[in-house]
Design a protein around this ligand. Structure first.
Ligand code: S3P
Length: 449
């Protein structure tokens, strides 16, 4: 397997960020789902604003191997066309999903209810991540698996010839596992139900409805969300407008907050309430973040985020908020390092199985930058002293885009430059990150040899 040379980047302390208005790339979660549903629906789907990051391109390539037509037009509009629910074909080659957990788990779901066999692998990070959480419910549906020890990839899935509808209660709060079950339910006769004790992002549900599936959502007495999909619907091509990714917007937003004198507006950001926990938390910390021009696009709430620098104070972030900001703890921890006082974040066990063990990557990186930090089994405490952290360190990004971007943002506001040992993973979710930050006034560049 070809392994690219690491690409270090250095972020030097910058002046105020104030180049006005920017747009971040399309939402990663929505982009994956648009290609998958567009790639099985009959008739053409048009996808505007698709994230052209490596993770999503892996999904596009996998969908082609599964028989879908997926093309990028010269106008940057993507077009996808499928053969209808239940018509995926057996891929002739291994599905290589790179760094993308979302591609892996959602495609396992899609394949599980087809009588086909597929082999899957990914990069060193993805090959360390647990696939058992998706394999378990899909086994109940009738799929079979052969995987490495601890349910790691590479693996082979043999889809069910006669899939069974299931009622599945999620043991971990995971939109990927929920989506895997719902996607398997598409080609399963009868009703497939997923029960979520802690509701997670609902992009799959919104997009399934957008394509014509019948889905009911109820709330149990204990607050759990119960989602039921009627199997074997007719899905037909649709137009999809992908909003800017709130998880990507988080990086310029926090950079503007921590660099005195900054004011930045990020246009067209998706504001699905299951994704906006970071912004709620930053406001509780005293941040000046306003939503302008709130609107709805293709069933998703969207707005422009106006962010002004200001003093942040440490707070306690409740565990219940984790599902709505699960990808944002690296950048929240960076914001907390610039705050006055202690920030405690709880309910973070899932961070240990992301693109890296983020709890340990964040703690190690912050501590190298001179910040007092403590990681528990599922918690993180950051001591802010109200003045910028020292910085002046090289951070191991561990094939994790959000660790790379988080520490490059820290370097913008720190006393001394911060280097990340490999910025290449940023391409998975935020192509053009350094250029966009530099347009705003940051100073991110390749280190001089
Ligand atoms: C995602 C769900 C989350 C998130 C990931 C994208 C999705 O993962 O961390 O970046 O698109 O469904 P989990 O389901 O593992 O929490």
């Amino acid at each position: 397997m070809h392994v690219a040379a690491p690409r270090p980047l250095i972020s030097r302390p910058a002046g105020a960020l104030a180049a006005g208005r920017v747009r971040v790339p399309g939402d990663k979660s929505i982009s994956h789902r648009a290609l998958m549903l567009g790639g099985i629906a009959t008739g053409e789907s048009e996808i505007h604003g698709l994230l052209e990051g490596e993770d999503v391109l892996r999904t596009a390539a996998a969908m082609r191997l599964l028989g879908a037509e997926v093309e990028r037009g010269a106008d940057r509009v993507w077009r996808a066309c499928g053969r209808g629910v239940g018509a995926l074909i057996e891929p002739e080659d291994v599905l290589d999903l790179g760094n993308s957990g979302t591609s892996a788990r959602l495609l396992l779901g899609l394949i599980a209810s087809h009588p086909i066999t597929a082999c899957m692998t990914g990069d060193a990070s993805l090959r360390r991540r647990p696939m058992g959480r998706a394999m378990q419910p899909l086994t109940e549906i009738g799929a079979r698996f052969v995987a490495r020890a601890h349910d790691r990839m590479p693996l082979a899935i043999v889809g069910a010839a006669e899939p069974m509808p299931i009622r599945y209660r999620l043991p971990v709060a995971s939109a990927q596992v929920k989506s895997a079950v719902l996607l398997a339910g598409l080609n399963t006769p009868g009703a497939t139900t997923v029960i979520e004790p802690e509701p997670t992002r609902d992009h799959s549900e919104l997009m399934l409805r957008h394509f014509g599936a019948r889905l009911t959502i109820e709330h149990g007495k204990d607050g759990a969300r119960v989602t039921t999909l009627e199997g074997q619907p007719e899905l037909t091509g649709r137009v999809i407008r992908v909003p800017g990714d709130p998880s990507s917007a988080a990086f310029p937003a926090v950079a503007a907050l921590i660099r005195p004198g900054s004011e930045v507006t990020i246009e067209g950001v998706g504001l699905n309430p299951h994704r906006t926990g970071l912004y709620e938390t930053l406001r509780e910390m005293g941040a000046d973040i306003r939503v302008l021009n709130a609107r709805e696009e293709a069933g998703e709430p969207v707005g422009d985020l106006q962010v002004r620098a200001g003093t942040l104070r440490g707070i306690e972030v409740p565990a219940s908020r984790a599902p709505s900001m699960i990808d944002e703890y690296p950048i929240l921890a960076v914001a907390a390092a610039f705050a006055e006082g202690r920030t405690v974040m709880r309910g973070l066990a899932e961070l240990r199985v992301k693109e890296s063990d983020r709890l340990s990557a964040i703690a190690e990186g912050l501590s190298r930058c001179g910040v007092t930090v403590e990681a528990g089994p599922d918690s993180l405490t950051v001591e802010g002293v109200g003045t910028p952290p020292r910085g002046g360190a090289t951070i191991a990004t561990r094939l994790d885009h959000r660790i790379a971007m988080g520490f490059l943002v820290l370097g913008i506001g720190a006393a001394e430059p911060v280097t990340v040992d490999d910025a290449a993973p940023i391409e998975t979710s935020f192509p053009g990150f350094a250029e966009l930050m530099n347009r705003l006034g940051a100073d991110i560049a390749e280190p001089k040899a």
